[in-house]
Design a protein around this ligand. Structure first.
Ligand code: DC
Length: 226
């Protein structure tokens, strides 16, 4: 029996990170936060002085990452360990999101991370969160979700998150940033953000977290995956 993989792709702020984490905890399945891997490649590049235009140098970093996600407590994100060092707060910073978007455009970086990502598919199952989980990394996954929400809704959610963290932010600037990032992610030549042809689209603009979660659980049941 192959290990069941549930892919959750979509733009930033669609709620896919929280959805994937909640599903993994509920199902007792492993979780792959693939965005974190791109963020870490960016962080290591800065640490080692590798330029963001140096595709070969960045790919070498991607191919040699020693990463562990510690099991999370319910409702909390997993800690991220790089060669045993806890880098969780750096990984979740706005800065590393920017680094990730710079390194993610290179095909050598993307292919350098493939084996690492596929290695997360272990029994009893995997929830894989990202942009290209259903289109490139786990093309045979028996259930693929593409989660979207309007740019306005995503900006508002992000705004609330940052305010809760005590950061001073501007809603209009966040919206502009989200629109630009969407454009860059969906128009790039390598692995553009798009739903897999066999993905189920869920628009979370008018749905709360629980409703989205229940929808996916229902789909998993319908496909006899749980
Ligand atoms: O989901 P996130 O915010 O952690 O992603 C950070 C960046 O990494 C974002 O610009 C898109 C990119 N990314 C990607 O290209 N492919 C993935 N599977 C995950 C993230």
């Amino acid at each position: 029996m192959p290990v069941p993989v549930l892919t959750v792709d979509g733009p930033s702020g669609s709620g896919k990170g929280t959805l994937a984490q909640t599903l993994a905890q509920h199902l007792g399945w492993h979780l792959l936060d693939s965005g974190a891997l791109y963020r870490i490649v960016g962080l290591v590049a800065v640490e080692q002085g590798v330029d963001f235009d140096d595709e070969i140098g960045l790919a070498a970093i991607a191919g040699h990452l020693d990463i562990r996600f510690t099991p999370a407590n319910p409702g909390e994100p997993a800690a991220v360990l790089l060669s045993g060092r806890d880098i969780s707060s750096d990984v979740r910073s706005e800065q590393s999101g920017y680094y990730a978007s710079r390194v993610a455009v290179f095909s050598a970086v993307r292919s350098g991370l493939l084996a690492l990502q596929r290695g997360f598919a272990k029994a009893p199952g995997l929830v894989a969160d990202g942009r290209d989980m259903g289109t490139d990394v786990f093309t045979d996954a028996p259930l693929k979700i593409f989660l979207t929400a309007s740019a306005e809704q995503r900006a508002e959610r992000r705004y609330k998150q940052l305010i809760d963290k005590g950061e001073s932010v501007n809603l209009a600037a966040l919206l502009e940033d989200i629109r630009l990032r969407d454009k860059r992610d969906s128009e790039r030549a390598i692995a553009p953000l798009r739903p897999a042809s066999d993905a189920v689209l869920i628009d979370s603009t008018a749905l709360n977290r629980e409703e989205v979660f229940q929808r996916v659980i229902e789909l998993l049941r319908l496909r006899s995956l749980i």
